[in-house]
Structures are given as C-alpha cells and as structure tokens.
Design a protein around this ligand. Structure first.
Ligand SMILES: [Zn+2]
Length: 249
C-alpha cells in the first residue's frame, strides 16, 4: 500500500546557488509559487520539500491493463503536486523540473530496489503535436532530472528516449480506460537500431502521471516486442481515485 508520506531529504538543489539562467528566469516568470501561490519564487520551500521528501510506493490503476509492469509513484495527483506538474508541463515552468525529477527519482528507487546493472529510464513519449504546442518535451526533461538525482546518490542511470510513435492517436481526454487501451494499442515501437542500446540494463518506464495506465502499458508492450521488457514503471504522481492499490501482476 502506498503511503505517499513525506520524509526529511538529504540536502539537495535547494541549497545550491542560482545560476545566471535561473536568475533570468526569476525576472521573467511570476514570483508566485506554482504549487501553493505564495510569493516565494516559482516553487516555495514547502512545495519543494513536498516533492523532494516524497516517500514513493506501489501505485496504479485498478484494474490494471494487462501489459502494465509493477508501478510505483511518488505522490497522489492532487493539490500542490497537480499544480506543479501542470505548471511544468503546460506553462513551461522549467525550474520545476529539478524538484519534480527528485520525486520521480524516489519512485524509481522504490520500484527498482537493489541491483548491480545500470538503470535506463525510458520516458513515455509525447505526441509531436503536443511537444510542438508546448515548445518543450516535459517528460524527457523530467527523466533527465531524475537521472541526475539518481546519479547524485550513486545510482548509475541514463535516459533512453527510444520509444517512437508509429501512427497518430486520438486525444485521450474523455475516453474510458478500455477506449484508451484500444486507442493506443500498437501506437509505439522501438526502432531496431535503438533496441541494441537497451541490452544489459535495467529498464524503468517513466512518466509524469498515471491515470488508467494505458500509455505505460502500451510503452511496456513496445519494449517487450523489442526484446527488452521493462522491470517496472515509475511516475511522479498517480490519480487518487486509482492510485492507492498495487496493480495485479
Ligand atoms: Zn508552494
């Protein structure tokens, strides 16, 4: 059972000095915290701690799609966490990538346990249309931030954006869980030239949010079809209505 509680973290980025680029962003972006609205910068200490202190655990939809690997999440998709994810994803609040990446790293640690082989984080890709509209690829950015956090704590980790879309898919909004699975079935693949990169690693699928699990299940199916099944999946957040029970395996 996921506790989604919070523990005190080791010192992290919050103690680091601002770079010239981040100082410039501070001047350009509103100074209100994207999570709680307090006037303490793009993310206040409390909301940063909420992410960096996240105690991740098993999560996922119930019932889970058949192809969904064991899934761990750092927090429920609610309140400050929801607002911070949306600010990063839809409004380009890029400084949130570090604390959100720290939360994703906690979910990855929870999902993987001990093991000698290096980790490869495989992000679930956005559609080209969504990436163009947003002007950035939020999931790739979060995966890279999580990998940096894991390396900082001694876990050999890289990001492998190897999944490609094979066909257009309909907007998932408004679709039921079964409709989402049908909409995405066969929509992702790993090009043969990239599959070789995956051999000998522990593969962890990563995404910002899990709702029905359809996207993660399709991504896992595509990796299995390429001969590289993922060990687990990890997300920053899980929708509360589905996120508190371990998926059937
Ligand atoms: Zn805040």
């Amino acid at each position: 059972m996921t506790t989604f509680s919070s523990t005190c973290p080791p010192p992290s980025r919050s103690a680091r000095p601002s770079s010239p680029a981040s100082t410039l962003l501070d001047l350009l972006l509103p100074a209100r915290c994207a999570g709680c609205g307090s006037v303490r910068g793009q993310v206040c200490g409390g909301c940063r701690a909420l992410l960096e202190c996240a105690q991740a655990g098993p999560a996922g939809p119930c019932p889970a799609p058949p192809d969904l690997p064991p899934l761990h999440a750092a927090a429920p998709y609610a309140d400050q966490v929801r607002r911070l994810l949306l600010a990063h994803k839809e409004r380009g609040a890029l400084r949130l990538a570090a604390p959100l990446g720290a939360a994703l790293a906690a979910a990855v640690r929870s999902a993987t346990g001990a093991g000698a082989a290096p980790l490869l984080l495989v992000p679930v890709p956005s559609t080209r249309r969504a990436t163009r509209a947003r002007g950035h690829d939020p999931m790739l950015r979060l995966a890279q931030a999580a990998a940096r956090e894991l390396r900082r704590t001694g876990v050999a980790t890289r990001v492998a954006p190897v999944l490609r879309q094979t066909r257009p898919v309909a907007d998932q909004a408004g679709l039921s869980a079964a409709e989402r699975q049908r909409n995405l079935r066969g929509a992702l693949a790993v090009p043969a030239r990239l599959a070789a990169r995956l051999v000998g690693h522990r593969l962890i699928l990563v995404d910002d949010l899990v709702t029905t699990g359809a996207s993660l299940a399709e991504a896992a199916r595509a990796l299995r079809a390429a001969g590289c099944p993922p060990r687990a999946a990890a997300t920053v957040a899980a929708t509360a209505r589905r996120g508190r029970s371990r998926p059937k395996e």
